[in-house]
Ligand binder design. Structure first.
Ligand code: SAH
Ligand code: SF4
Length: 344
C-alpha cells in the first residue's frame, strides 16, 4: 500500500488526475478543494457531499495536517502579525493588514532568504527551505478563519524571495484565485521580487494577471549592489528590459518598492537616477520608510525626511504612494519576528 499523504498537498491538477484514475467526475475536485480550503474541514469523514465509498478510499490514502499558530500579536492599528509552525517545525510569519474594505494578507514564500539584503531581517536569518504551495495557502486560510473576514488581497512580501520558489508560489497563487476556495482576483495577488529576472519573464507568460512588484531601493547600480547583493547578478539594465517585457506582454502596471534609508538613497542624485530608470515604464512607486532591524547599519528616516523625499518624488509623472507604517509596535517589518525568535 502506498504511504499515506497529506491531502492538502494535492493541488487542483493533482486531485483531478487522482480522481480520474478512480473514474470520478471532475466536480468532485471542486467539492474536495472547497472542504479543504473554504470550509477548513479537518476530517475526511465529514465531507458530506462526497459518497461514502470515495470518502473511505480517501481516508485510506490521505490524512489532513495543518500548520500551527505560535503567536499572534495585535497592533493598535488593527494589523495582526502571526508566527506559525510548519509541519516540520520551521517557523514563518504572516501579517494581516485590514484597510477599510481591503483585507490583505502578507505571506512568506521561504523559511529565511538566501539573498541577504542589508536592510532586511529575513536576510539575516539565511536560507532554510522553500515553502510548499499548501503551506503558503495555509497562512491565508488560517488568518481568514482567525479574523473571520473574506481576504481580498494577498501580497508575497513576507519572508523569502518568491521567484526563487517560483513553481510553488504560482501554485499557491492559483489556489488563491480558485473559485471554489479563496476566490481572490488574480489582479489582487502581488508577487514582490528583489529582481530575479528569469522569474519576471516567466510571470509575463502566465495566463493569469498576477501583479508584479519589484523592490528597487536604488536606481544607481553600485548602491543597489551594496544594499542588495543579488543586484550584481541581475543588473539594473537587464532588470529594466525584463520589466518592459512584462509590461508589453501583460499591459499591467508594475509597482516599485523603494525603502527610504536616510542619506543613503534619498539624495538628489538618487531621485535623478530613479526618474531616469522609470522614465517610460508605466508604474507606481511605493515609498517605504526604512524600519530599523537589529544589526543593520542604518537608522529610520525622520518624519521630516520622509516628507521631503516624498514631496520631491511627487513631481514624477507616475503615482508615488507612501506606505503607511503598519504594525510598527509589533515589529511589522519583513522577517523581524522570526529573526527575534531565532535569537531567543
Ligand atoms: N524578497 C521579496 C519579497 C519579500 S521582502 C523582495 O525583496 O521583494 C518584501 C518587502 O519588504 C520588500 O519591498 C523589502 O524591500 C521590504 N523590507 C525588507 N526589510 C525592510 C525594512 N527593514 N524596512 C522596510 N521595508 C523592508
Ligand atoms: Fe530576501 Fe527580499 Fe529580504 Fe532581500 S528584501 S533578503 S530578497 S526577503
Amino acid at each position: 500500500m502506498p504511504e499515506s499523504k497529506n491531502l492538502l498537498s494535492l493541488d487542483r491538477r493533482a486531485l483531478k488526475e487522482y480522481l480520474r484514475q478512480l473514474n470520478e467526475k471532475d466536480f468532485r475536485v471542486d467539492q474536495i478543494l472547497n472542504w479543504l480550503w473554504d470550509k477548513s474541514e479537518n476530517n475526511i469523514e465529514n465531507f458530506s457531499n462526497i459518497p461514502k465509498s470515495l470518502r473511505n478510499l480517501l481516508k485510506e490514502e490521505f490524512y489532513i495536517e495543518r500548520i500551527k499558530l505560535e503567536t499572534a500579536q495585535h497592533s493598535a492599528d488593527g494589523s495582526i502579525k502571526f508566527l506559525f509552525s510548519l509541519l516540520d517545525g520551521e517557523k514563518v510569519e504572516s501579517v494581516y493588514i485590514p484597510d477599510g474594505e481591503r483585507k490583505t494578507v502578507c505571506v512568506s514564500s521561504q523559511v529565511g532568504c538566501a539573498l541577504g539584503c542589508l536592510f532586511c531581517a529575513t536576510g539575516k536569518l539565511g536560507f532554510k527551505r522553500n515553502l510548499k504551495f499548501y503551506e503558503i495557502a495555509e497562512l491565508v486560510r488560517f488568518i481568514r478563519d482567525y479574523v473571520k473576514e473574506r481576504i481580498t488581497n494577498v501580497v508575497f512580501m513576507g519572508m523569502g524571495e518568491p521567484f526563487l520558489n517560483y513553481d510553488e508560489v504560482i501554485r499557491a497563487s492559483r489556489l488563491f484565485n480558485d473559485n471554489h476556495t479563496f476566490k481572490i482576483g488574480a489582479r489582487k495577488i502581488t508577487l514582490s521580487t528583489s529582481g530575479i529576472i528569469p522569474g519576471i519573464y516567466r510571470l509575463a507568460e502566465e495566463k493569469e494577471q498576477f501583479k508584479l512588484a519589484v523592490s528597487l531601493n536604488s536606481a544607481i547600480q553600485s548602491k543597489r549592489e551594496y544594499l542588495m547583493p543579488i543586484a550584481k547578478k541581475y543588473n539594473l539594465t537587464d532588470l529594466r528590459k525584463a520589466i518592459m517585457y512584462y509590461f508589453t506582454r501583460k499591459r499591467r502596471w508594475v509597482t516599485f518598492e523603494y525603502i527610504q534609508i536616510p542619506r543613503l538613497n534619498d539624495g538628489d542624485e538618487d531621485i535623478k537616477a530613479l526618474e531616469a530608470f522609470i522614465e517610460d515604464i508605466p508604474c507606481k512607486i511605493n515609498l517605504i520608510p526604512y524600519n530599523p532591524v537589529p544589526g543593520a547599519p542604518f537608522r529610520a528616516p525622520t518624519e521630516d525626511e520622509i516628507k521631503k523625499f516624498h514631496s520631491k518624488l511627487l513631481k514624477f509623472k507616475y503615482t508615488v504612494t507612501l506606505r503607511k507604517s503598519r504594525g510598527r509596535d509589533i515589529k511589522g517589518a519583513c522577517g523581524q519576528l522570526a529573526y527575534l525568535k531565532s535569537k531567543e
